[in-house]
Ligand binder design. Structure first.
Ligand code: GTP
Ligand code: MG
Length: 192
C-alpha cells in the first residue's frame, strides 16, 4: 500500500456504539503511557502533528481513528499502566483499551505493541500481550526510544523481547530520527 491520503476520522469513548459501524480493516497501537505511541503514528503517517502527542503521560484518552486512503484505520489508544494518573482515570483508560480491542476484534488485522527499549517489558506489557494473543489477533512488537541506546544495547533489548514474547517479530524504531519507520510501515501495510 502506498499512503496517498490520511485524515482524522473520529474519537471513540468506552461503550460508544459508534464502534460498531465501520467495516474497515484496522491496525491498533497500544503500549504503556508515554512510550511514544502517538509520535510513532505521526512518523508512520509522515505527518508532524496529526496525532496529538505530549511530554506529559496520559495525553491520549480516547480511541482516535485515522483513515488511510479512505480504506483502512490506524487507531491510537490511550497508554496503560501509568501509576501517577488519578486511579479512576487509569482504570477507565485500561477498560477502554480492552473493550475497544475486543469489540473491534474482527476488523483488527494487527496490534502494534510498543515497548520502551530502555525499560524492557514490564508485567503490564506481558499482560497486554497475553490479552491480545487470547483474542487471536496478530501482534507486532516495536521497541521505541532506540535513539537513546547504543546499537549493542538495542540488539540486547530486541533479543530479550524475542524471548519474553515467545519468538514474535520485534522491530526497533526512533520516530524522531526516523529509524526503522519505513520498514515498519511496510510490514503493517502487508497485514491488510
Ligand atoms: N528523543 C525522542 N523523543 C521522542 C520520540 N518520539 C516521541 N518523543 C517524545 O516523547 C513524548 C511523548 O510522546 P507521545 O507520542 O505523546 O507518547 P504516548 O505514548 O502517545 O503517550 P500517551 O498518549 O500519554 O500514552 C513527546 O514529548 C515526544 O515529543 C523519539 O523518537 N525520540
Ligand atoms: Mg498518545
Amino acid at each position: 500500500m502506498k499512503l496517498k491520503e490520511v485524515k482524522f476520522f473520529k474519537s471513540v469513548s468506552i461503550n460508544d456504539s459508534k464502534v460498531f459501524f465501520d467495516d474497515k480493516d484496522e491496525i491498533v497501537f497500544v503500549g504503556r503511557s508515554n512510550v511514544w505511541k502517538s509520535s510513532l503514528m505521526n512518523a508512520l503517517l509522515n505527518k508532524k502533528d496529526l496525532v496529538k502527542t505530549s511530554s506529559k503521560p496520559g495525553k491520549t484518552r480516547t480511541a482516535n481513528l485515522f483513515l488511510l486512503n479512505n480504506k483502512y484505520f490506524f487507531t491510537d489508544l490511550p497508554g496503560y499502566g501509568f501509576a501517577k494518573l488519578w486511579k479512576q482515570l487509569k482504570e477507565d483508560l485500561d477498560s477502554l483499551i480492552s473493550w475497544y480491542v475486543s469489540e473491534r476484534k474482527s476488523y483488527i488485522k494487527k496490534v502494534v505493541l510498543i515497548i520502551d527499549s530502555k525499560i524492557w517489558p514490564q508485567q503490564t506489557d506481558i499482560d497486554m500481550f497475553n490479552y491480545i494473543n487470547d483474542l487471536e489477533i496478530p501482534v507486532l512488537i516495536i521497541l521505541s526510544k532506540v535513539d537513546r541506546l547504543s546499537n549493542n544495547d538495542v540488539n540486547k533489548s530486541i533479543f530479550h523481547c524475542e524471548e519474553v514474547f515467545f519468538g514474535q517479530q520485534v522491530m526497533a524504531v526512533s520516530s524522531m530520527k526516523k529509524l526503522g519507520v519505513d520498514e515498519i510501515f511496510k510490514v503493517l501495510a502487508e497485514s491488510f
